[in-house]
Design a protein. Structure first.
Length: 498
């Protein structure tokens, strides 16, 4: 094993070259696709001229992110493959989004999906939905940015604060100039890079495990590390199929149907049918990537079992970056670092800004400005949100399991968001101001339940995955109870579908 460790060391010229070329290509993409941003339609929707295959790959890259590249191997290393149960619910959610949510967004020609809430209910619900998005996306993306910078800091030996500062500046420059077209095209490139890096790391591990892949999988199976489907019904256990299925389904509806960060990519293609095909195609596109990084985590577990002389990181959440630094040879280090770097640039700054300008600034602060003015405000918004995101990332340093923490955030605010969208899509009730207390009550209940299960499990021992379901139901039921009168299509003026 000394020979393996001896291959590692500081980054070589080849590693730097891989990272440098990868980064340079990202900024070339930003220049090529961002140099002709004429108005906010170009900046936020790419003029709806993005090819569906590019939008599909970008959607996958956004869903994967650094949180998956770092967090999924950690989960497989310390636990098992039961995460795959979650993907069943996510697949079902994509189908519902394709045939229920996307037609409504195209019907109203939405730039921000919270415009739909404005058309359906009124401005108060639109503003509240947008604010919920700001809170949810900033917190969740702060965790993603922390995961990225933590991994790069471990590989490079850089302090966390300096790494966060560097990558915040990079993201602001990239998105502030290129807008959504740069983000989408870069996302397609990133998705390919993620797969290449993952295959390279898995291949290296297989070559350096005694007995190869077959022996590794047999050992992992005997140790319970390949456990995937767990059908025991237990409300306290978040790892069962009956917990993961509804969690995946509801969180998928939240992420793919009510989150501007994800939906914005689906709105860059020309027609509703193209958008529907795009999200459905991601079902078969993203599964192999999740499986690949779960496999990497399992192979890392076997590798370190066979090589006890190799030192594990103090924090197991750093297992892949630590392995990259201490074991991987020249070239592969650069691939992993490049993949994590790519994930850092795929930030939510474009979606946050599009929601702010469309839902808040344009209707409430300055209604009659020119498109040039709104484009300038959009770029200033990218800067402002970038700084906020950096502060949140710094505050995430004490978090141990970054993957579960991100989903716990979503479980509190996602349910109220999903509940009000479903109220608009599935019913004809008209409730504008009364939607706000319904969402706030639901948020309060879910937050209280989350704190109780963490601080007082003797009072409430419930898997966190049920919270988003509970929040959705509470918001939907209260919205029905508080609302009055049927909504007739056409009460609000809509824009024609493009």
């Amino acid at each position: 094993m000394n020979s393996i460790a001896a291959q590692a060391g500081t980054l070589s010229g080849l590693d730097w070259g891989i990272v440098g070329v990868g980064a340079a290509l990202l900024f070339v993409i930003s220049y090529v696709f961002g140099r002709e941003e004429k108005d906010t339609d170009d900046f936020f929707r790419g003029g709806r001229r993005v090819p569906p295959v590019v939008a599909c790959l970008s959607f996958v890259a956004t869903e994967i992110s650094a949180l998956t590249i770092v967090g999924i191997p950690h989960t497989a290393f310390t636990e098992n493959w039961r995460w795959l149960q979650f993907l069943v619910g996510l697949a079902l959610a994509r189908l519902v989004v394709a045939f229920l949510f996307i037609p409504a967004f195209y019907k109203h020609n939405c730039t921000s999906i919270y415009e739909f809430l404005g058309h359906r209910f009124g401005p108060a619900t639109q503003y509240t939905g947008s604010i919920y998005f700001f809170i949810t996306r900033l917190l969740a993306s702060g965790v993603r940015l922390y995961a990225t910078c933590m991994a790069i800091g471990v590989i490079m030996g850089w302090p966390l604060m300096a790494t966060i500062a560097l990558f915040t500046v990079v993201s602001i420059a990239f998105i502030g100039f290129g807008g959504i077209k740069a983000v989408v095209w870069a996302g397609a490139y990133q998705a390919i890079f993620f797969v290449v890096a993952g295959v390279a790391v898995a291949s290296y591990l297989i070559q350096h495990i005694d007995g190869g892949l077959a022996a590794a999988l047999q050992t992992a199976y005997d140790a319970g590390r390949l456990s995937t489907f767990h059908f025991k019904f237990d409300l306290k256990d978040a790892s069962t199929f009956w917990a993961w299925l509804p969690a995946g389904f509801f969180i998928g509806l939240v992420s793919f149907g009510t989150d501007q960060e994800m939906v914005q990519r689906l709105l860059t293609v020309k027609t509703r049918k193209s958008s529907q095909k795009t999200i459905i195609s991601t079902i078969i596109t993203v599964w192999p990537v999740y499986w690949l990084y779960l496999l990497i985590g399992t192979l890392l577990y076997i590798f370190y079992q066979q090589n006890p002389s190799l030192v594990l990181p103090d924090k197991l959440k750093e297992i892949l970056p630590h392995f990259t630094t201490e074991v991987l040879p020249t070239g592969l280090k650069g691939l992993v670092l490049g993949a994590i770097f790519m994930a850092s640039v795929d930030s939510p700054l474009s979606s946050l800004t599009s929601s702010f300008v469309t839902d808040i600034y344009r209707p409430l602060i300055n209604r009659c400005a020119s498109e040039k003015h709104y484009l300038l405000v959009s770029r200033i918004g990218v800067l402002a949100f970038g700084l906020v995101l950096a502060g949140i990332a710094v505050a995430c340093a004490p978090v141990e399991n970054i993957l579960w923490f991100a989903f716990e955030i979503l479980s509190v605010t996602g349910g109220p968001m999903l509940g009000v969208f479903l109220l608009g899509l599935l019913t004809r009730r008209k409730a504008n101001l009364t939607n706000i207390p319904a969402m706030l009550i639901s948020t309060g209940v879910c937050l209280t339940m989350l704190l109780l299960r963490k601080l007082r499990p003797d009072i409430l021992d419930l898997a966190w995955s049920w919270l988003v379901v509970i929040g959705t139901v509470i918001t939907f039921v209260l919205g029905l109870c508080f609302g009055s009168g049927d909504y007739e299509a056409g009460n609000h003026q809509t824009k024609p579908e493009r």
